[in-house]
Design a protein around this ligand. Structure first.
Ligand SMILES: [Zn+2]
Length: 320
């Protein structure tokens, strides 16, 4: 039997040992190359686009010869105002891409020996960088599967039976329950959204799936509306999971990864940031057959291409 790709040596092309052995200067060079690939890492002024700069080596900054603007390799990117060493940032990227179901922020803070708050914001910034590749705005095509799965809002039953409430009733719920609606091409991308009810998926499909396509959905009645716009394969899960190619197994495997990520690593995710975890799981799902060096490379490149985060820049200062 052929060896599974993830068990092969070809899937391991980057290690923490090699990152720390190469050191801070090499890590810094990597960030420069990812930020300015068109000049092989030579600085380009973000304000005027000028290629000629003075290097202020002691502070790892640049000054533009054209407009005198001072900037660093992370200026204007998601890592702007970073305090962490480049080698630790690279290690964080490596740890993040190695974890196929994500890694909790406590664990990341222990691995990097930084505060929990630092790890929390860093991990969320990396998710935002991943989302650049997931939420591209391009419509899905080919054969697209759609499904929804509910997360959060768990109500713990009281200890004594006499004190327990009917958890199905609206007045007893927390209002924190959300549904992740995911569409997945059989041969390609995964596209997740977060909503209040699974039925919102019909409108999302109309916006994000090409009209020429075949879709697959389960027996839930709100998917009936999809038949107006698409050819839809339906599969009744109470009878069968896969019926001669009619199935939603691809999108279910995305949910399986996201469920394990939430229950096994994060334990609790706030409804506000559920979409970030969904994008993270989608990115891992879509890139599951790439080696870890390639994944780290892409994640650094995405980070250097992501603008300053409105959500995460100064998060703890605002919260204080
Ligand atoms: Zn300039």
């Amino acid at each position: 039997m052929a060896q599974h790709f993830l068990l092969s040596a070809a899937s391991r092309t980057l290690s923490l040992r090699s990152i720390y052995k190469a050191g801070e200067d090499a890590a810094y060079a990597t960030f420069c190359e990812m930020r300015w690939p068109e000049t092989n890492g030579e600085a380009v002024c973000p304000r005027c686009g000028c290629w000629e700069t003075y290097k202020i080596t002691t502070r790892r900054k640049f000054k533009c010869k054209g407009c005198a603007h001072q900037f660093s390799v992370t200026s204007g990117t998601i890592f702007a105002s970073r305090k962490m060493d480049f080698v630790d940032l690279l290690a964080a990227v490596c740890i993040t891409v190695n974890a196929s179901k994500g890694v909790s922020m406590i664990q990341l803070s222990r691995d990097l020996d930084c505060q929990y708050k630092t790890a929390f914001v860093l991990a969320h910034k990396l998710r935002e960088a991943m989302a650049q590749e997931v939420q591209t705005g391009e419509v899905l095509d080919g054969h697209v599967e759609i499904d929804g799965a509910y997360f959060g809002g768990h109500i713990r039953p009281e200890n004594a039976k006499a004190n327990r409430v009917d958890r199905r009733l609206k007045e007893n719920q927390t209002g924190k329950r959300r549904v992740v609606i995911a569409m997945r091409e059989r041969e390609g991308r995964t596209l997740p959204f977060v909503g209040m009810t699974e039925g919102e998926g019909v409108a999302l499909a109309n916006e994000n799936v090409s009209r020429m396509d075949t879709m697959s959905a389960d027996e839930a009645s709100h998917w009936d509306e999809l038949h107006m716009g698409y050819h839809v394969d339906r599969v009744n899960h109470s009878e069968i999971y896969s019926d001669h190619g009619k199935h939603t197994n691809m999108v279910e495997s995305f949910f399986s990864r996201l469920r394990r990520m939430v229950s096994g690593q994060h334990h609790h995710v706030s409804p506000q940031y559920l979409y970030q975890y969904a994008n993270h799981a989608a990115w891992l799902e879509d890139n599951r057959r790439s080696d870890n060096g390639e994944l780290a490379h892409r994640l650094v490149a995405n980070s250097m291409d992501s603008p300053i985060s409105r959500n995460w820049k100064g998060y703890w200062q605002r919260a204080a």
